[in-house]
Design a protein around this ligand. Structure first.
Ligand code: PRT
Ligand code: ZN
Length: 214
């Protein structure tokens, strides 16, 4: 018997944690929650689960500290690593949107010309602006992006929207969708054949779970 383990990185706490653990458990893996631990080994499947901050997961996968990971597609795209998106997972659905103060008269993307946009996703926003030939400043901030226009830090924002209530309560309106996102499984491009075999078994189980739900 080989003792190779497939190392899966999932979010330690936050919006992806519950769905990620549920997916692994529904796939028949017997694992304990990561409340106080950094990693845990499944009791009945050759898998080790690492609990990390979501932003760090693409780097860990690229560096082969983890073999695969579960992150928001928004984080996967922003980090631009040499990882592969191997499966969309159908939870944590949201969208990355441009939003501006509700009092503004929005005339189309040209509105953003020469303006400043606050965001935690500078790479995605820059690509979107380039594609649309808009020159605007990007102000990178790591949290509470929605308050930036209200305190004079930026003219508009680009942030994750789910129900839209955060935008509403900050006097903002959604004007463009930049990216649709959901939880995705990503993998290092350099997995050994043994690890690929374990991954394929896991994917087969995940697909059965997804089929049963639809
Ligand atoms: O601590 P760690 O760094 O691991 O977590 P985090 O705080 O960076 O991430 P977390 O847990 O907030 O989100 C993880 C992932 O969940 C994101 O990368 C998205 O892929 C996904 N997701 C789904 C969301 C939302 N829905 C969401 N609503 N991420 C953030 N939000 C925030 C958004 O930033 C905004 O502040 O919720 C607010 C908007 O929600 P509504 O419902 O008011 O529109
Ligand atoms: Zn994060």
């Amino acid at each position: 018997m080989s003792n190779t383990l497939l190392r899966i990185a999932i979010q330690k706490s936050g919006r992806l944690q519950e769905g990620s653990l549920a997916l692994l458990k529904e796939s028949g893996l017997s694992i304990s929650n990561g409340r106080d631990q950094l990693k845990t080994q499944a009791r009945n499947f050759p898998v080790e689960v690492l609990f990390l901050r979501d932003d760090d997961i693409p780097q860990y996968v690229e560096d082969n500290v983890a073999d695969i990971g579960i992150v928001g597609e928004n984080v996967f795209v922003e980090k631009q690593k040499q990882n592969q998106l191997i499966k969309k997972l159908d939870f944590a659905k949201c969208r990355l949107c441009l939003a501006i103060p509700r009092s503004e008269n929005y005339t189309g993307l040209k509105w953003f010309e020469g303006k400043n946009i606050a965001t935690s996703y500078p790479a995605i926003v820059q690509q979107f602006l380039n594609k649309n030939n808009i020159k605007a400043g990007i102000h990178e901030i790591s949290g509470s992006v929605e308050i930036a226009p209200g305190i004079g830090l930026a003219d508009g924002i680009c942030d994750i929207v789910s129900t839209g209530s955060t935008l509403l309560s900050n006097g903002l309106k959604e004007v463009e969708t930049v990216l649709y996102s959901e939880a995705v499984m990503i993998a290092s491009p350099q997995l050994s054949d043994e690890k690929k075999t374990i991954l394929n078994k896991l994917l087969f189980r995940i697909e059965s779970v997804q089929k049963a739900k639809n």
